[in-house]
Design a protein around this ligand. Structure first.
Ligand code: ZN
Length: 404
């Protein structure tokens, strides 16, 4: 073999390896739900799909005891996660769990506060500092000022009155107030949001908080404050970063508020920022402008069979969702040898099918190179003669059959 060719092979292998490593470096995420005045059974799997689709997060959904249940049994190990997403508006957690959550945030844990989670825990001082602003739960002037924009000026309004309201559901324009923050940088300054509740009159301590975007609560359109109300906020709490989106009222399957590309993309970007302090995700081509709402009405709960049936037709330019699902499934099976072997058999079936694309086979070979077993070896050996897959196949074989 010529030296140049060996070097090329080495570089190709290295690139594949780097890429495979990158795919493994995902942020473990915990979505907490189980009590809410909203349809949390609808919203939580949509939140999971939105995050998992980035390939950057792998989200578990944790369901608390029911309302009135024994909250002492709710004791998650927050430290196992890089990101906690709160889709929860319900009973107080135990003091022990509150303390653990506080410790997690103080130590630099990332948090996403989603929609009615800012209604929760009105009496928990530190929680209200983390969310910046909240509503309902008998929040009043005792809990902090109203914060909003009026005539393009930020207003800190200490007037007496209840916290939290919204007018009739409708589409509304979201307007960036800070355009050089990693979350909003490069996004349109104004974009039209899918039919949602426009949370208004939020009030709270608003310490260490920046308002990234607002929406005008127009009274002419069914009950509004005629103020530009905060929609997207970031808060720092000691070393922790919190992204707060007031949007996303859930209908079955997510509905227009959660299927709105503006909601989806700001949530994905906000989640990354909460973990790392930066955003590396590109802005998708379908991000809405002020001219019209753009929805991605493709939410569905995916099953492994469905993902495996579709992963073979994987087109990297169109969607990563089936492959992301398979990847996240592999991770969830860590330590389960029988489960991993069953999945490996399904992957090999795709690998040896004539219908599957080269791109899909390359990605599966990368995964098999670290999670596969002897079972895959004969099928992968057969691919060495395929010029398009030779490098990936040899790389996988080298990892599955190290030279002794
Ligand atoms: Zn709502």
């Amino acid at each position: 073999m010529k030296k140049q060719y060996l070097l090329l092979l080495f570089v190709a292998g290295l690139l594949t390896f780097v890429s495979a490593c990158k795919n493994e470096a995902v942020y473990k995420t915990l979505i907490i739900t189980g009590q809410n005045n909203h349809n949390w059974k609808a919203s939580s799997p949509v939140l999971k799909q939105i995050l998992d689709e980035t390939g950057m997060f792998t989200a578990d959904i944790l369901i608390t005891p029911e309302k009135g249940g024994d909250m002492n049994t709710f004791n998650p190990d927050f430290s196992k996660y890089k990101l906690i997403v709160l889709d929860y508006n319900g009973d107080s957690w135990s003091e022990k769990t509150n303390a653990a959550f506080l410790e997690y945030v103080k130590n630099g844990g990332g948090v996403v506060v989603y929609h009615a989670a800012d209604n929760s825990f009105p009496a928990w001082k530190e929680y209200n500092e983390m969310i910046g602003l909240g509503g309902w739960g008998n929040r009043t002037e005792k809990d902090g000022p109203y914060v909003y924009y009026k005539n393009n000026q930020l207003v800190i309004d200490t007037a007496a009155g209840k916290g939290g309201s919204h007018g009739k559901r409708r589409e509304f324009l979201v307007r960036a107030r800070i355009t050089d923050h990693p979350i909003t940088k490069g996004l349109p300054v104004r974009w039209l949001h899918g039919n949602d509740e426009l949370y208004s009159q939020l009030r709270g301590p608003a310490k260490n908080m920046q308002i990234l975007a607002t929406a005008f609560a127009d009274s002419a359109k069914g009950g509004g404050t005629r103020r530009d109300e905060p929609m997207l906020m970031v808060i720092s709490y000691e070393k922790g970063r919190i992204f707060h989106t007031a949007m996303g009222h859930a209908d079955e399957g997510g509905g227009p508020a959660m299927q709105c590309v503006g909601f989806i993309v700001t949530l994905q970007r906000g989640a990354e920022w909460a973990v790392t302090g930066d955003v590396t995700q590109p802005i998708p081509w379908d991000f809405p402008s002020a001219a019209g709402v753009v929805l991605r009405p493709d939410f569905k709960e995916m099953k492994l069979d469905e993902a495996m049936a579709n992963v073979g037709s994987y087109d990297i330019a169109k969607s990563t969702k089936y492959f992301s699902y398979v990847q996240s499934h592999i991770r969830n099976l860590a330590g389960d040898e029988q489960g991993l072997l069953n999945l490996e058999k399904m992957m090999v079936k795709v690998l040896t099918s004539n219908e599957a694309t080269v791109e899909a086979k390359k990605l599966l070979l990368r995964e098999l190179s670290w999670m596969g077993s002897d079972y895959s070896v004969p099928a992968i050996k057969n691919l060495v003669s395929n010029t398009e897959l030779k490098d990936e196949a040899e790389f996988a074989l080298a990892r599955l059959q190290p030279v002794k």
